[in-house]
Design a protein around this ligand. Sequence first.
Ligand code: NAD
Ligand code: DAU
Length: 336
Amino acid sequence: MKLLVTGGAGFIGSNFVHHMIKFHPEDTVVNYDLLTYAGNLENLKDVEDHPNYHFIHGDIRNRELLEYIIDQYQIDMVVNFAAESHVDRSIIEPDLFIKSNVIGTQNLLDVSKSKHVRKYLQISTDEVYGTLGSDGYFKETTPLAPNSPYSASKASADLIVRAYYETYGMNVNITRCSNNYGPYHFPEKLIPLMITNALEGKELPVYGDGQNVRDWLYVEDHCAAIDLVLQKGKPGEVYNIGGHNEKRNIDIVELIVDTLGKSRDLIKHVSDRLGHDRRYAIDPTKIETELGWKSQYMFETGIKKTIQWYLDHKNWWYKIKSGEYMDYYKKQYGSK
Ligand code: NAD
Ligand code: DAU
């Protein structure tokens, strides 16, 4: 396989590149990434010298460069992680999300079609389904009802991918995963923000009442599922990915504080996120029964590994938590 991984310098993309090099070292992996604030080549230090790994600095909106790269490396499969991924930033600056997530996806898809790639896989999210009440699960048949500019941009991209299957018969898949956590998670997201702030003795900002529920999946489990969909996914199908690890935000924050031996006084309830979805929960029956995937990590194991990773990689996140990051942080949380 000669695989183009777009957005491979971000959190999940870089974990996926590591996964591919570990389990399929004979395959070519071309990582194509714009290196926005979230893209970080330090995530790929361990693999940068691997003979079958290549990095290209580029934008998924750049048609000419994509065409050139697909020809040069004889790419036959594309997996698209590239996106603006943070809900809070989408509330501040929605237009960026439309440009990268919608226009970018359509461009990448169209180039993939014109180059006759064997498969195009779109990495999507459970947020396209909107929010759940206290019971029920998202299935692949749940209607799309996105509530944030981020999730609306991802749902728009999903519809374009679907249209390329229905109209042109392109071999596409869409995966919709729940919240990931693990190594290289950018410290603007709940879990790495709380771990790193707690280590720095900073306030831990919990939105609203902290009772919102997310369904957490260790990133390695997500990567294994993506690998399987690339190999075995049926043309045009959507696969939901999740491991039945529903947790309330406040319980996660308290667990992190307690594990690190810090004081719960650091926790501060702050104004709620606008349009804050109450609960996400995935029904993964389809990928489990049709493709044989199953999550391996219980949350309690994955979170311990993750906390340890942030303790062992202080330099990685110290460097990130300065410059542009602090400008965003002050805008979002004030100066504490
Ligand atoms: P991330 O923000 O950590 O990484 C995104 C990467 O995309 C960065 O390396 C960035 O430089 C790159 N990028 C952004 N715009 C680009 C463009 N126009 N051209 C090329 N590269 C560009 O995101 P993540 O958390 O790793 O998420 C990856 C994908 O998975 C996204 O599509 C996201 O919607 C989806 N997803 C994320 C989660 C999650 O919990 N993080 C869950 C489900 C789905
Ligand atoms: O569900 C999949 C999605 O998960 C992905 O599509 C997104 O790319 C990814 O960012 C993530 O979105 P969330 O909005 O769920 O993740 P985030 O880490 O931003 O927030 C998780 C929960 O924690 C959410 O209910 C908001 C809350 N939160 C978050 C932050 C950053 C806080 O209470 N305080 C905070 O400071």
